[in-house]
Design a protein around this ligand. Structure first.
Ligand SMILES: Nc1ncnc2c1ncn2[C@@H]1O[C@H](COP(=O)(O)OP(=O)(O)OP(=O)(O)O)[C@@H](O)[C@H]1O
Length: 306
């Protein structure tokens, strides 16, 4: 726990609103983020995630509502808060012509901390071997990781990351997930935005799903998915079992067929999977449970499109 006291929240967002002309970018958003929590703000493009994040960081003033960040109002900027928060800068905010190491040294100096953590930060984000490479010669994923390292240079308590995995290839995204997990293990409070629901489901302790400026749902990903009470779909390659046999298995609620596959729908997957295993039909079997995309569909009536 930090100096805000045991049990106190790291961030309290209370009914914030922000309009641009007639557009309600953030339309009455409230939530609390606990110390050490990895909190995700999710939603499609234009949902209001960045605006909400910038209000939390103190970069933008809300039209109404309030934010307490580590017990302080972040807007207007509080010098006392700055050493305690890390904000990931967009890659374009790097200094020209500096190597990865020099970027980190410069950020450390700006924060008034020594360069003692630079090697550790390079190691944390997997850039030790690129320390001497100029930032404009790094890949997109490497630049993202460097920008996260710069946000951590002064060892802040709370880290804000705006779409850190956007525009990365799948491998680079996964590498970055490992970095985010390590930051979380170090006890940092992380607030991040993403339009990748699958990723948030894996990484976040809790998520707020936003759409059109509002929070539609907020909870742990597991609780949100469980709340759907959606069935599990088990797909078998066609020919492994007849539809009639499948319908007689314990737990098989519905059986459907198409040219390639047999699809069993169940609310009790364990006995059904056990029965399928007994019949030696597990080869090529796929199990699909509900995801946050299904939660979004239920909440909005629309398919999720990032
Ligand atoms: N400075 C601004 N002036 C006018 N409109 C803005 C401004 N900033 C954001 N908006 C609009 O407010 C809405 C919310 O934008 P915001 O960037 O917060 O959404 P987002 O969920 O972060 O989307 P994205 O994933 O595309 O970044 C959008 O419709 C956007 O066009």
């Amino acid at each position: 726990m930090t100096s805000t006291g045991a049990g106190a929240a790291a961030i309290v967002v209370d009914d914030i609103r922000k309009s641009y002309g007639d557009l309600k970018a953030v339309d009455g958003v409230s939530f609390t983020v606990g110390h050490g929590e990895f909190f995700g703000i999710l939603g499609p493009n234009g949902a209001g995630k960045t605006t909400a994040l910038e209000i939390m960081e103190g970069l933008r003033e809300p039209d109404s509502g309030s934010v307490r960040l580590l017990g302080e109002s972040p807007f207007p900027r509080k010098p006392a808060l700055l050493p305690r928060i890390g904000v990931q800068l967009q890659a374009s905010a790097f200094f020209d012509r500096l190597t990865a190491r020099e970027q980190l040294e410069t950020f450390s100096a700006l924060y008034g901390v020594g360069a003692g953590r630079v090697d550790e930060m390079l190691e944390l984000v997997g850039l030790t071997e690129k320390a001497g490479t100029r930032e404009d010669k790094l890949s997109g994923g490497q630049r993202q990781r460097l920008s996260i390292a710069c946000a951590l240079a002064h060892d802040p308590d709370v880290v804000f990351l705006d779409e850190p995995t956007a525009a990365l290839d799948p491998q680079a995204r996964r590498n970055l997930w490992d970095v985010l997990r390590v930051i979380r293990e170090r006890g940092k409070t992380i607030v991040y935005t993403t339009h990748y629901l699958d990723e948030a489901e894996i990484l976040c302790d809790r998520v707020a799903i936003m759409d059109q400026g509002r929070v539609l749902a907020m909870d742990t990903p597991t609780a949100l998915v469980r709340g759907l009470d959606a069935p599990t779909r088990i797909t078998l390659e066609r020919g492994t079992l007849t539809a009639a046999d499948a319908a007689g298995l314990p737990g098989a609620d519905e059986v459907g067929e198409d040219e390639q596959s047999l699809v069993l729908t169940t609310r009790t997957p364990a006995p059904l999977l056990a029965a399928l295993a007994e019949r030696g039909t597990l080869d090529g079997l796929q199990v699909r449970t509900a995801t946050l995309e299904d939660v979004f569909l239920q909440l909005t009536g629309r398919e999720y499109r990032a």
